[in-house]
Ligand binder design. Sequence first.
Ligand code: ADP
Ligand code: MG
Length: 678
Amino acid sequence: MKNINVSNVKGVGDALLEKLHMLGIETVLDLVMTFPSRYDHYEVLPLAEVIHDQKATVAGEIVADGVVTFYGKKKSRLTVPVNINGVIVKAIFFNRAFLKKQLIKGEQITLTGKWDQYRQQLTVEHHQLAIKEEDAPIEPVYLLRQVIPSNRFRKLIEQAFSQYEVEITELLPTDYLTEYKLFSRSFAYKQMHFPSDFSHLKQAKRRLIYEELLLFQLKMQALRRYHRERTKGNQKQYEQSTLQMFIDRLSFQLTDAQNKTLQEILGDLAAPHRMHRLLQGDVGSGKTVVASIALYATVLSKQQGALMVPTEILAEQHFQSLSELFEGVLQVELLTGSIKGKKRRALLDDLKAGKVDILIGTHALIQHDVDFKALGLVIIDEQHRFGVNQRKVLREKGMDPDVLFMTATPIPRTLAITAFGDMDVSIIDQMPIGRKPVETFWVKQNMLKRILTFIEKEVNKGHQAYVVTPLIEESDKMDIQNAVDLFQQLSVFYDGRIELDLMHGRLSNDEKDEVMRRFSQNESQVLISTTVVEVGVNVPNATVMVIYDAERFGLSQLHQLRGRVGRSDVQSYCILIADPKGETGKERMRIMTETTDGFELAEYDLKLRGPGDFFGRKQSGLPEFKIADLVEDYRALETARKDAALIIHHDKLTSDPEYQALSQYINDVLTKHEQGFD
Ligand code: ADP
Ligand code: MG
């Protein structure tokens, strides 16, 4: 079925074929899988309730045969008198003269169209004969971007079904259909386009959601198993005691959670398979330390390590802290977009010669001319911010090292098993001891003076503060606090008593570095900033985070920002300035003040904003589902995941003909993956 070209559907000529291609439809399967984006349903209304100039559905009896008049070139108009609730109304059909033969006196008819009160006529869009009143028509609406008229498209689908319905073969083993009471595949597809009624439509959707989620989970789990079992020759060997000595020399003891995740990672490093693991942990939970130890183990086994981060500021900060950590032990270097020319060339030469042990940088790290001597481990921080498939890029460079992804964005389980279903997951679910939860307050604009006084008090105690605003440009319409304005306002208020700095996206990289350097060395005490401080910066001496227009941020983002403080054993504070209008907005502020649990916030955010928005960016690594919805279909997702695990490990997969279709699907997935198309 899947390879039958759509041009085989009767009525598809060159012109239509081109239009179908514009809609991404190449095969018959593509066509029948172009499901309606929604369904309009018009309840049959009594005529008295129908509003002039609006679309409505009414029902009645045809009182006389229709009359056709022709006009213009090949244009026609059929007028049929219909008795609707005792009123004789004209039903008008344009260019459908052929209906005259069907619409005869005495027939019961349901009509949907636009009502003209003054002419007492209804311009009919569609109609149905002899149906029960409660079965008002369900009209599928397709997203066709006006490429093809929807009537034409519907006809085409009808045609496709009449030719190829039998070819829509079942994918699922019969047991599953019976157990979950699912429609067969072809029946479900057909019901999606031509629903008999709402309960059929619902069942059709249920079947397709399960199918979609199961195939997706099968894919993820097949890939995961593939990484585990088929990649070999990747074990790292090093002296345990040397690594242990390094760990013992850290200025603190690892938490239990850090130790546990570290063992999981070291286990992967020592194993022949390539690591494909996600390290999740709230901001400040100590992921970077764990990552550093893994890097050290890699270098001990005579390979190189790379740490890739989303921004230059972060790269430099990691570079500084890792240089300190490994001082006199390892050669740590930095590669970002702003390192150019001779310096860059020299660095690349050293890298190729194996003189660099650990390279830290932005995505500049995996550009085409960057060659390692023996790259053994790549750590990718906040990977959802890159949005591309780095593994693929690495593989194209002929490298297939162990890969560890890190994220400080707590990811709700539904998203985690979807976006990262092909990875092993380690979670640091514990903060270093001595950390005090950040106290969070929600205040209105008019409290500004008090907030500024509070900051000054903290600064006088030797601490520092961030003040964050959402945008840098003044927008008359949106009344957004402007970082530049704010900087001036605060300068006036503090009148030289406090050193202020301003950071925003318009600064050059050198300027940004200088601002960050000043702040991290406490040369400035208050950093006014747009959200560039959101990810990863570590200035443990900062104890106050003030967030302007906090209602404009997602909860996860607010939580990230809040994570910039509370990074030492001193009590820290987060002050949200917000004046949300709606109830949800207020609720969001309230929940921020009530919990510092990132996962709780993430679940809440997901419910409020939906999965697409969750990571704050497109290309989050989340698949786009045709029918399933990650929030709504949570339970189906869990079921599909369990079933996929059973199927993957099922010996029936190769022997039982019932599993043949799924087995074929998995083989296709792996073949594509091996060819680099995943
Ligand atoms: P993350 O990367 O998860 O945000 P980091 O690794 O940057 O966290 O750690 C945050 C801060 O906590 C750093 O200053 C780090 O040195 C410190 N830290 C990490 N682990 C511990 C620990 N077990 N005990 C005390 N401090 C720790
Ligand atoms: Mg970090």
